[in-house]
Design a protein around this ligand. Structure first.
Ligand code: HEM
Length: 545
C-alpha cells in the first residue's frame, strides 16, 4: 500500500527511496563480490590449515621467518621430514597458504593429473614469456606437440657441434685463472657459455662480442634473484615498500632496461622481441630459397613423422623449426607464439643449465676422487683432444652418474607450483587408513630439493654418492623419487639438450684442467632464486693437466 502510494506520486524516485535502493544495491554488490569471497577464502584457508599438518606458524608472518626462502630454510625443510614425512602447509603470511609435497606418491598423483601452473608463474611471465612454461590447457597442449621435434634425437645431434665450438669461451678463461694462480668465480663464465650455446641453437646468432657480457643476462639474473625473495617475503609485497629497498631498486632498473629495450643487444634474441616481424619474415624467405633436398627428418615415439627444411650450409635451429612446425590441422604458430616460445627457451634453458654446471664444478672440486674417475673415463672414451662426438656421449657412464647425483643434491629448478582444478585426495603413504583432501583452487608446491633428500628413498642423503644411480642400487626406488626435470606431462622438454651440453662441456674441462676449491672454502650455500644457485658465486682454483 505504502509502496503503491509512493509509486503513484510524481518524481517518486527522486526522494529517500531512491537513495535507499542505491544503498541496498551497493550493499548487495559489495557482499556478493567482496564479503562472500573473502569469507569463503578465509574459511578455505582455515580448513586447509586444519587439514594439512604444519609446524606452528607466527600469527602474522606465518612460516616466513622459521622457514625462510634461503639455504637455512631449505635445510630446515629437509630436517622437518622427520615430523611431516609427506606434506605440510606453508603459510606465507596468516592468509596465504601453500601445500608443499616432497614424497613420491602424492607427487606422482599431482603430476599425472593436468592442473594449471600456480599463481607464481603469472608474476614471472615478463621474464619467462607466455610460452610452454607458463601456459596451460589447449594452448600448452598444441604447442608442446608442435615443439617436441625441436628436441628430438636427430635434431639434438646437430647441437653437439655448437657445444664444441663455443667451448673456448670457458677454456680461455680457465687458462687465465690457472696462470694467475688466483681463484676465479666460474659461475659467471658458465652463464656466458650457456647463453652463447642457446643463442646459437635458438637463432644461430653469436651472443657475445669480444667476450663482453650482455645487459640481458644481468636483467635475467636480477629478476630471478628478486622474484622468489619477494614472493616469500610478505613485507615486500607492497610496491611502496619493495621499491624503496636495495633489491627493489635493482629490480626496477632491470625492468626499465627490459621495457626500454636497453638490454637489447644487436644480433641476439632481443631484436626478436623488438622487430620480430622482420626477423621471422627474413628467415621464412631464406628457408624458401634453400635447396629442397636439404632437410632434417625424424620420427617421434608416437609415430609422428617430421621433416624440416634447412638453410643452405647451416644447422637447423629452433627458429627454423618454430616457423615450420604444424599442428594436426596443418596450422602453424603465429608470430607472437614464435616470439613467446623463443623467449621461453632462453629463459628456461640458460640459467638452469648454467647453475647445473656450477653445482657440478663445485661437487667435482670437492670430491677429487670422482673428478679423477671422470677424467680417466673421458680421456679413454674421447681421447685427450679434439671434438667430443655425439656417439661418445652415451659411453660416458661415470660422468653421467656424477651429473645425476649433482642434480639430485641441487635440482636447479627446485620447486614447481600447481593450482588444483578439482578437489584431490591424497593417501597418507605412512598410514593406509588416512587421507588428506585438498579443495579445488589450493596452491600446491612440489619441492624437489626436499624430495631428493628424503631419507626413506635415499641412503645417507647428504653424501655425494654417484653410485646410488647404478641399475642395481636404483631398482627399488620409485620413479617419482628423482625428478630434477619434473615428471609426466609437464616435464622438461629441454632435458636432453641440457644434459648433452653439460657432458660435452665437462669433457673439455676435465681433459685440460683440474678444479679445486680455494683453501678455506668447504661448503657453498644455496641461493634459491628463481633457480637454485651457489650463494655469491663459486670460487675455484684451476690447475692445468
Ligand atoms: C639442467 C637444466 C634444466 C633443468 C634442471 C630443468 C628443469 C625443468 C623443470 C623442473 C621443469 C618443470 C617446470 C614446471 O613444471 O614449472 C622444466 C620445464 C621446462 N623446461 Fe627445463 N630444465 C633445464 C633445462 C632446460 C633447457 C636447456 C630448456 C630449453 C632449451 C628447457 C626448457 C623447458 C621448457 C620449455 C619447459 C616447460 C615444459 C612444459 O611445460 O611443457 N629446460 N624444466
Amino acid at each position: 500500500m505504502a509502496v503503491n502510494s509512493v509509486l503513484l506520486q510524481p518524481g517518486w524516485m527522486s526522494g529517500t527511496l531512491l537513495s535507499d535502493v542505491i544503498v541496498a544495491f551497493i550493499l548487495v554488490v559489495v557482499v556478493k563480490s567482496v564479503v562472500v569471497p573473502t569469507v569463503n577464502f578465509f574459511n578455505a584457508q582455515r580448513k586447509l590449515w586444519k587439514t594439512v599438518p604444519s609446524p606452528t606458524p607466527h600469527w602474522l608472518l606465518g612460516h616466513v621467518l622459521q622457514l625462510p626462502h634461503n639455504d637455512a630454510g631449505y635445510r630446515k625443510r629437509v630436517e622437518m621430514i622427520r615430523d611431516f614425512p609427506f606434506m605440510f602447509c606453508y603459510q606465507i603470511s596468516w592468509f596465504v597458504n601453500q601445500v608443499f609435497l616432497y614424497h613420491p606418491e602424492p607427487i606422482k598423483k599431482l603430476l599425472t593429473t593436468q592442473n594449471p601452473k600456480g599463481p607464481g608463474y603469472e608474476n614471472v611471465k615478463h621474464l619467462l614469456g607466455n610460452g610452454l612454461i607458463t601456459s596451460s590447457g589447449k594452448k600448452w597442449h598444441r604447442h608442446r606437440h608442435m615443439l617436441t621435434p625441436v628436441f628430438y634425437f636427430e635434431v639434438l645431434k646437430t647441437y653437439v657441434k655448437t657445444f664444441n665450438e663455443s667451448i673456448p669461451l670457458l677454456t680461455d678463461w680457465l687458462e687465465k685463472v690457472a696462470e694467475s694462480g688466483e681463484s676465479g668465480d666460474i659461475c659467471k663464465q658458465l652463464a656466458i657459455l650457456s647463453y652463447s650455446n642457446l643463442s646459437q641453437c635458438v637463432m644461430s646468432q653469436p651472443a657475445y662480442k669480444d667476450g663482453t657480457p650482455m645487459p640481458y643476462a644481468k636483467a635475467i639474473e636480477s629478476f630471478s634473484q628478486t622474484s622468489m625473495k619477494r614472493l616469500y617475503n610478505p613485507l615486500m609485497w607492497s610496491d611502496k615498500v619493495f621499491f624503496r629497498t636495495k633489491m627493489g631498486k635493482r629490480w626496477k632498473e632491470a625492468r626499465r632496461r627490459q621495457r626500454e629495450k636497453i638490454w637489447v643487444i644487436p644480433d641476439t634474441l632481443h631484436p626478436m622481441t623488438q622487430r620480430s616481424s622482420s626477423i621471422i619474415r627474413d628467415r621464412k624467405q631464406v628457408l624458401a630459397r634453400s635447396d629442397k633436398n636439404e632437410r632434417v627428418s625424424c620420427a617421434t615415439e608416437d609415430g609422428t613423422f617430421f621433416s624440416f627444411q634447412r638453410r643452405k650450409n647451416k644447422s637447423l635451429d629452433f627458429l627454423d623449426m618454430l616457423i615450420q612446425a604444424k599442428d594436426e590441422k596443418g596450422q602453424g604458430l603465429g608470430e607472437q607464439d614464435i616470439v613467446d616460445e623463443v623467449t621461453t627457451m632462453f629463459s628456461a634453458g640458460q640459467e638452469t643449465t648454467a647453475n647445473a654446471m656450477s653445482w657440478f664444478s663445485y661437487l667435482l672440486a670437492k670430491n677429487q676422487d670422482w673428478q679423477e674417475k671422470c677424467r680417466a673415463e673421458v680421456t679413454e672414451v674421447c681421447g685427450s683432444d679434439g671434438e667430443i662426438l655425439w656417439e661418445d656421449i652415451p659411453k660416458l657412464k661415470i660422468l653421467s652418474l656424477c651429473v645425476k647425483e649433482t642434480l639430485r643434491l641441487y635440482p636447479v629448478a627446485s620447486i614447481v607450483g600447481r593450482t588444483l582444478t578439482s578437489d584431490m585426495t591424497f593417501k597418507n603413504p605412512y598410514n593406509s587408513t588416512q587421507t588428506v583432501t585438498l579443495d579445488k583452487g589450493t596452491a600446491v608446491v612440489i619441492n624437489f630439493h626436499t624430495l631428493h633428500r628424503h631419507p626413506d628413498f635415499w641412503e645417507d642423503p647428504e653424501a655425494f654418492d654417484p653410485e646410488r644411480f647404478t641399475a642395481e642400487r636404483s631398482k627399488d626406488r620409485p620413479p617419482f623419487a628423482y625428478l630434477p626435470f619434473s615428471g609426466s606431462y609437464r616435464n622438461c622438454i629441454g632435458q636432453n639438450f641440457a644434459l648433452n651440453q653439460i657432458k660435452v662441456t665437462f669433457c673439455h674441462i676435465l681433459r685440460r684442467f683440474r678444479l679445486r676449491l680455494p683453501p678455506g672454502v668447504k661448503n657453498i650455500a644455496m641461493d634459491p632464486a628463481l633457480t637454485l644457485q651457489p650463494h655469491n658465486g663459486l670460487p675455484v682454483k684451476v690447475e692445468k693437466i
